[in-house]
Write a protein that binds this ligand. Structure first.
Ligand SMILES: [Cu+2]
Length: 676
């Protein structure tokens, strides 16, 4: 997120009227803020382990001086009233963002944080409410506040899988962790994926159950929350379109993993057909029992108090009707034209739906309702008092293969719209005197598995009096060898700014049939996007896989954060800058797994007019702009997926385009596993 803040200081200052950039007049250092956040999120089910913060938790009075809030204390007074009236959810209870009352409570706390004028007020409130509110609500509110509040601009959030390990770790391993703690014996436990080899879906469990993938998904939804209202502080640029794109990319990436493992692409979910795949999550809530399982071939049932299947079908048909008409009807009955490049943004707002939807009454909330309905199929009438399913948490949703069926279904609706727009012409896409002469890869496109270890110290109960013993787990995860793109571009004109967009799609489907260009581009994985300044003549560009704008590095562990923060408090550079944004695909997942023979991909490079594309200045000097970041104006004027986002009835348009490069590559996996 924060890289974009640097890019667009001016734009953002204008967009945050309530919270001027200099709000933190007290001059609290970034290292101090990092220290506070570390301790606020460490051992959240017990006492705060920092004496300073603990003192604030015990003695701070949130309502004592309302001049510290940019809303004159309106939010804090509202929350305090519910607290005093004992209306808030108890501690040691599960929390789900999809539960309306629980969400409301978490957002009341977020509302307090976002209106704090200075860090001291922010952190005092955090300490105070951590001690009194439900832990899940607190963690959620604090994460979203740190992501969105300018007061926390340079704070790096700890990995959620170490803050709330239960949502990321199999129950068997969690049980082993409790036993280790009870006997005060250090332990390092191996995690495996949920099912057995009898279940073909397990061949791709390394994707949906990857803790980095889970973190990517939950972080994206915190960066672009569906409940966001601009009155909190600022507008989230192209939120609806981003919703489409981030899930579209998950869908095509998952299909590429399936092809790598000799599985057919995901079939879309049908409300009137059985849910083919069951799922046994092997995951337990810290408080509230096990996540419900679902057997194979369950027929959808209406979910009491949430939705009837018939309502979902009606909402779907209204949305598809709007696509066929080419316009949306807003609350007041006015038509909003969607037959243009911004139509996808409105559709995304409607389908999710977010608070930006122009007409929730009519178009409903297809995505959010579907998550709950699918999540509750194990207990649709609440007969067994089961807690919410994995699909009702962004942390756990991708573990269930039906998540990808659901998103394939929604992706197909978005595609229906995109395919109704007129195709690009050569005139639209060509770029002056610029041509791509040669594209090649330095190094091997090769993936492997490795073991990754993370701490479970926050999973178990403990007391301050007894020393911690080291408890951790290690999980297999996908990674790739380093490589670079080599791109030769000739420029027969003057100096020019260019956008370089790199995509890859599988060359053949699972039956070995070659994809047409139009089928292929709908399966295109976005690998990178960056801006360069082209000199007249020949330009040789080397772009490293580690630089990809669509990916992020691994989030540093709690242990690393504590260590770096200690050093930074002593005056050293924290070395944490590159981790400020966690919004993106894990870099390890840049390439799909591939296979022994080498899975064939079409790799395409489109070099387009950077001056026309850039929504901000200076993009060519920034090597780290985050593709999924939300703050300020989105840097690329073009729609997500450009120029492959429109239907291609005649692929000669691209073949004849001098500024478009197209080669064939293979991604290998030789079964290598780097053991712990
Ligand atoms: Cu999602």
């Amino acid at each position: 997120m924060k890289v974009l803040v640097l890019l667009a200081l001016v734009a953002i200052a204008a967009a945050w009227p309530n919270l001027g950039f200099q709000a933190d007049g007290a001059g609290v250092s970034d290292a101090q803020k990092q220290h506070d956040v570390n301790f606020l999120l460490h051992k959240i089910y017990g006492e705060i382990r920092d004496s300073n913060l603990k003192a604030k938790a015990d003695s701070f009075d949130p309502e004592a001086d309302l001049s510290h809030y940019s809303d004159d204390g309106a939010a804090v007074q509202k929350l305090m009233r519910d607290l005093k009236d004992h209306r808030l959810l108890e501690q040691k209870h599960w929390f789900s963002l999809f539960n309306p009352r629980q969400r409301q409570e978490a957002l009341m706390l977020f509302d307090v944080f976002i209106h704090c004028k200075d860090w001291d007020t922010f952190v005092s409130n955090a300490a105070y409410f951590r001690q009194r509110m439900n832990e899940g609500e607190f963690v959620y509110a604090l994460y979203v506040a740190v992501i969105h509040s300018p007061l926390a601009e340079h704070v790096v959030l700890p990995p959620l899988y170490e803050v709330t390990p239960h949502l990321f770790t199999n129950s068997e391993v969690i049980e082993a962790a409790y036993r280790a703690k009870q006997t005060q014996t250090p332990g390092k436990f191996q995690s495996s994926f949920t099912g057995t080899k009898k279940n073909p879906e397990q061949r791709v469990a390394y994707f949906g159950e990857d803790i980095g993938m889970n973190t990517h998904h939950v972080t994206w939804h915190m960066e672009f929350p569906f409940w966001w209202q601009d009155s909190y502080s600022h507008h989230l640029d192209r939120k609806g379109e981003n919703f489409f794109w981030v899930h579209h990319q998950l869908t095509v990436r998952f299909d590429a993993e399936r092809l790598s493992n000799y599985l057919d692409p995901v079939g879309e979910l049908h409300w009137d057909k059985p849910i083919v795949q069951g799922f046994a999550p092997h995951t337990t809530y810290k408080y509230g029992g096990q996540f419900p399982s679902r057997p194979d071939n369950v027929d959808f049932e209406d979910v009491d108090g949430v939705a009837r299947i018939r309502d979902l079908l009606i909402v779907e048909s209204r949305i598809r009707d709007a696509i066929a008409h080419g316009y949306i009807v807003d609350r007041a009955g006015n038509r909003i034209d969607i037959m243009n490049e911004r139509g996808i943004n409105v559709l995304g707002d409607i389908i999710e739906s977010s608070m930006y939807s122009p007409n929730v009454q009519y178009y409903g909330a297809l995505h959010n309702t579907a998550h709950i309905v699918l999540g509750r199929q194990a207990d649709p009438h609440g007969k067994y008092a089961l807690p919410p399913g994995v699909l009702e948490h962004f942390e756990t949703a991708t573990r269930d293969p039906s998540f990808f069926r659901l998103h394939k279904y929604m992706d197909n609706i978005f595609k229906e719209h995109k395919d109704s727009l007129p195709p690009y012409t050569v005139e639209d896409l060509k770029f002056n005197e610029v041509s791509v002469d040669k594209v090649s890869i330095d190094g091997q496109l090769e993936t492997f598995f490795e073991d990754f270890e993370y701490s479970l110290i926050n999973a178990v109960d403990d007391t301050q009096e007894i020393a911690d013993v080291a408890i951790s787990t290690y999980v297999p995860r996908l990674n790739h060898k380093d490589f670079s793109f080599n791109i030769d571009i000739s420029n027969n004109g003057g100096e020019a700014l260019a956008t370089v967009r790199i995509f890859a799609w599988p060359h053949r489907d699972n039956n070995g049939i070659e994809y047409t260009f139009d089928e292929g581009r709908w399966n295109a994985i976005e690998l990178d996007k960056f801006w360069v300044k082209l000199s007249p003549g020949t330009n040789h560009i080397v772009r490293k896989s580690s630089e990809s704008a669509v990916t992020v590095p691994d989030v540093p562990s709690f242990e690393t954060l504590f260590e770096k923060t200690r050093e930074a408090l002593g005056g050293a550079d924290s070395g944490l800058t590159e981790f400020e944004s966690a919004t993106g695909i894990p870099n390890r997942f840049l390439l799909p797994k591939g296979n022994e023979q080498g899975l064939e991909f079409d790799l395409v490079v489109a070099v387009t007019d950077g001056a026309a594309d850039a929504a901000l200045d200076g993009l060519h000097e920034n090597t780290e702009f985050n593709h999924y970041g939300a703050h300020g104006k989105y840097p690329d004027n073009r729609p997500h997926g450009y120029p492959l986002d429109r239907k291609v009835p005649d692929e000669r348009v691209f073949e004849d385009l001098p500024n478009f490069g197209h080669i064939q590559v293979k991604v290998f996996n030789h079964g290598e596993h780097i053991h712990h």
